[in-house]
Design a protein around this ligand. Structure first.
Ligand code: C5P
Length: 293
């Protein structure tokens, strides 16, 4: 039997670091939303017990450094599964980009193996397993739009933003999340997200309120360390995008744009300057075009 599952990327509409915890992680408060930039995970059962991984991208590891591989290991161990699985990852989400690509692959693998091996787990149980793999995995299991607190695993669903284009620009280098958190200093933060304001803007479907509320305290680290990321953000703002932010620990910068012709202008202006530019929709708005052709 085969299972094929879509693994969408996320962006942060807000990201706040409240404090460093005794376990070394940071207590977070974020609003995240899934977007229609997605990997595809194909799972094929194997009679022999091993886990094999194949990917369209040369940038992902094929062993237990890969979160999808670890997801399969976790499920096999926890539920005493003797069968093996071949995991094929069709990679579209840039790696180490602040878009939770690896976490989403892991979440899709958990969901897919739940189907393949008929484990009968619900989304909450899959999310609980997911946090053992990484802080963003529970959100990726659930998808949609949500507040994420704690390490990122305490989730409260929110209404999605109104239909709009998400333009993403990924600088050529990746960023280590652990290094960004390690270099984070509260005293360097200039602007903090206002969670209630973002919740109210989402509840009201207020596009401009959402744009005004975009805020990520990790910009204080990544924009300083990588001037190219700061430049990218400034360019997007200059090209007329109403809301621009770095996602997660970076380095991807995104803008939200309501009108298609304005989205095209931003994309065209970025093209000469950045090789990896994407224009996609927020997931949730059914029946709308998903890409700029
Ligand atoms: O949970 P995950 O393995 O994805 O986290 C990667 C790294 O990011 C952690 O090792 C930690 O350094 C940092 N992190 C953190 N606080 C969080 C989430 C991640 O410090 N809430």
């Amino acid at each position: 039997m085969d299972v094929s599952i879509k693994a969408p990327a996320k962006i942060n509409l807000t990201l706040d670091v409240l404090h460093k915890r005794d376990d070394g992680y940071h207590e977070l408060e974020m609003v995240m939303t899934t977007i229609d930039l997605a990997d595809r995970i194909d799972l094929t059962e194997k009679a022999a017990g091993g886990i094999q991984l194949e990917s369209s991208s040369g940038f992902v590891p094929f062993d237990d450094r890969n979160l999808a591989y670890r997801a399969a290991q976790l499920i096999k161990g926890r539920f005493n599964i003797n069968k093996g699985v071949h995991i094929k990852i069709d990679k579209k989400i840039p790696v180490a980009a602040g878009l939770a690509g690896g976490s989403s692959d892991a979440a899709a693998t958990l969901k897919g193996l739940n189907q393949l091996w008929q484990l009968g787990l619900n989304l909450e149980e899959l999310a609980e397993l997911g946090v053992e793999l990484g802080s963003d995995v529970p959100f990726c299991v659930l998808g949609g739009t949500a507040i994420a607190q704690g390490r990122g695993e305490r989730l409260t669903p929110l209404p999605p933003p109104p239909p709009c284009w998400v333009i993403l620009a990924k600088p050529p280098h990746g960023v280590s999340t652990a290094e960004v958190f390690g270099a984070f200093r509260q005293e360097k933060v200039e602007k903090r997200p206002q969670l209630e304001q973002m919740e109210a803007a989402l509840a009201a479907g207020d596009f401009h309120g959402i744009c005004q509320g975009l805020s990520n305290v990790l910009e204080s680290v990544t924009l300083d360390q990588y001037p190219k990321v700061r430049l990218m953000k400034e360019k997007m703002q200059r090209f007329g995008a109403p809301g621009v932010l770095m996602s997660g620990s970076g380095p991807t910068v995104f803008s939200l744009v309501e009108q298609e012709n304005a989205a095209r202008r931003v994309v065209n202006s970025l093209r000469g300057f950045c090789r990896q530019v994407y224009a996609v929709r927020i997931l949730g708005g059914l029946g709308e075009p998903n890409r700029l052709e």
